[in-house]
Write a protein that binds this ligand. Structure first.
Ligand SMILES: Cc1cc2nc3c(=O)[nH]c(=O)nc-3n(C[C@H](O)[C@H](O)[C@H](O)COP(=O)(O)OP(=O)(O)OC[C@H]3O[C@@H](n4cnc5c(N)ncnc54)[C@H](O)[C@@H]3O)c2cc1C
Length: 528
């Protein structure tokens, strides 16, 4: 490690890599393993102990080869379900590319050591909302993510993984990536590298309550926007219909997996009336946007704080759903005897950094994969269990492409671009405003109120992780607000009470790009 003057005169450490991967969830570790296999020097950064990957419950949607598939499943059927859920905004070619590579990617994960639940000598398959048949593989009952993370952590032991390293800025020379600016316990430093993979996950902490771990603060969105790369479909934030409601409204809240409804659990209100009857032909197994909107509407009508998921009749509950059982018991609820209190919670970012299906962005050397990316897979609403699939497939491809780019580009010399100062709003104020004005339902007045708050952002020197996250949340909230205001219709996860209909003329993705440090704007022209 060397030190040099910079960043306003302070010393900063410097190192070199071929590929820097930011994130240690499914997308980051699969990308890092692929780049490592490509013979490149890979450095992996992680700021937080927990990943969303480790919390995933339901499973991975994957079409098994003929003979192993159930319900006559096929790539065509999975593509059709994904596109139907996506509300007209999926890129069907991207969906097909990712879905058809799913079984190979899962086999690779098995080679890394992952083990999935079996029944009768085959992988046990379950069903989730929006899927026309059983195609979800799972592990440890409802602990799929923990098993995926365990296997990838084990496989990555020989990689150079730096914990407590926060990526602050993607450095570039105007045409290509040159490195990353990082904060760690030694202060700011530069990793010189021709390839950078953003695998920073989601943005659930834009809201007061979320299923996401505390590191899901939109950092990758902020890094991309600051580097001049567009983000798209960012107004489509998926609210999971069944986040556990235990009286606590804030922070990370436990998820009650959709697989419960796949196995026959029913959503009812306090009077025992179905929440989804007459709402959608698939009832409780309708796509998430439909079920979350139905729950939200019922709560507004009744004034109750929660609805209930009645799973009392499911056999072997504690064995099949140990994670849900533990979360419920911790909250003093026995799911075998009592319906589980639930309400919608911020869960997944359907949009993100615009990439192709190999994770390439418009900036040479910058790649993105996993929840931070927008490949065109999810459109206006993600189908359950499609995100681990996308992270596996696109993560691997991005790592491979990043290694190839690094080999072709050769070593780089990155220059810091000035003081580490960004606009930021106090986190609690931002989360309150997002929760009130940009949740399951929105309208123009609320979104204007939100942008009014964001306009009061003050310049903050980035001294540590909390500052970086507050700044990332602020610019990400701006991107959401701008895109949500632009979309004067209701579609997928974006429901506007002042524009309740879907407008066929708006069946196009909205891209937003940075317009100076304090604002983002809609980028003219086709998105992707
Ligand atoms: C409770 C829950 C249940 C879910 N269940 C399922 C499911 O059953 N099936 C499914 O397909 N999907 C599920 N999802 C969604 C899925 O788990 C995530 O979308 C996916 O795991 C995201 O993976 P990722 O690799 O993109 O990001 P993550 O796994 O979130 O990893 C992000 C990484 O980036 C790092 N990072 C972020 N910012 C920085 C920075 N500035 N500097 C350094 N490091 C940074 C973090 O420390 C972390 O290591 C679930 C999500 C949750 C929260």
């Amino acid at each position: 490690m060397t030190r040099a003057a910079g960043c306003g005169g302070a010393g900063f450490w410097q190192q070199r890599a071929d590929v820097v991967v930011i994130g240690t969830g499914v997308a980051g570790l699969v990308a890092a393993l692929a780049a490592h296999r490509g013979g490149r020097k890979v450095v992996v950064l992680s700021k937080a102990a927990q990943t969303a990957t480790s919390y995933a419950q339901g499973g991975i949607a994957v079409v098994l080869p003929a003979g192993l598939a159930e319900d006559g499943d096929s790539v065509d059927a999975h593509v059709a379900d994904t596109v139907a859920a996506g509300g007209g905004l999926c890129d069907a070619d991207a969906v097909r590319s990712i879905v058809s590579d799913g079984h190979r990617a899962v086999r690779e994960l098995v080679e890394y050591g992952a083990r999935f639940d079996e029944a009768g000598g085959r992988w046990a398959l379950t069903r989730e909302g929006g899927h026309s048949g059983r195609r979800i593989i799972h592990a440890g009952g409802d602990a799929t993510g923990a098993e995926v993370q365990r296997a990838l952590d084990d496989a990555s032991r020989r990689l150079d993984i730096r914990r407590n390293h926060v990526a602050v800025q993607v450095l570039h020379d105007g045409t290509a990536v040159t490195g990353v600016l990082v904060l760690n316990d030694d202060g700011p430093g530069i990793l010189h590298a021709p390839s950078v993979v953003l695998a920073t996950g989601g943005l659930g902490h834009l809201y007061e309550a979320t299923t996401n771990p505390d590191g899901s603060t939109g950092d990758g969105i902020a890094l991309a926007l600051e580097a001049g790369v567009a983000v798209s479909d960012i107004e489509f934030i998926q609210f999971h219909p069944t986040m556990l409601y235990d009286g606590h409204r804030g922070g990370r809240r436990p998820l009650i997996t959709e697989a419960l409804r796949g196995e026959g659990a029913k959503l009812v209100d306090a009077q025992g009336r179905s929440v989804t009857d007459g709402v959608h032909p698939m009832g409780d197994l309708a796509p998430r946007d439909v079920v979350a909107a139905a729950v939200d509407a019922r709560l507004r009508t009744t004034g109750d704080a929660c609805v209930y998921l009645d799973a009392r009749h499911l056999p072997d509950f504690a064995t099949r759903f140990p994670t849900v059982t533990a979360a419920c018991l911790q909250a003093g609820i026995d799911p075998v005897r009592t319906p589980i209190p639930v309400r919608p919670g911020a869960h997944y970012s359907c949009g993100g950094v615009v990439t192709d299906t190999a994770g390439r962005t418009d900036l040479a050397g910058l790649f993105a994969a996993g929840e931070v990316a927008r490949t065109g897979m999810h459109g206006a609403n993600r189908l359950a269990s499609n995100s681990l699939l996308e992270g596996l497939v696109v993560g691997g491809r991005a790592g491979h492409a990043a290694a190839e780019h690094a080999a072709a580009a050769g070593p780089t010399r990155a220059q810091p671009t000035g003081p580490l100062v960004r606009p930021a709003v106090a986190r609690a104020d931002l989360q309150r405003a997002m929760t009130r004005n940009a949740s399951v339902i929105r309208d123009a007045d609320g979104l204007q109120t939100l942008t009014g708050l964001l306009d009061t952002a003050t310049r903050r020197t980035l001294r540590g992780r909390a500052d970086v996250e507050d700044a990332a949340l602020t610019v990400t909230a701006q991107a959401v607000a701008v895109a949500a205001l632009q979309r004067t219709e209701s579609r997928g996860c974006h429901q506007r009470t002042d524009h309740p209909r879907t407008d066929p003329a708006q069946a196009v993705s909205t891209a937003v790009a940075a317009d100076g440090p304090l604002s983002v704007k809609v980028r003219a022209g086709a998105c992707c």
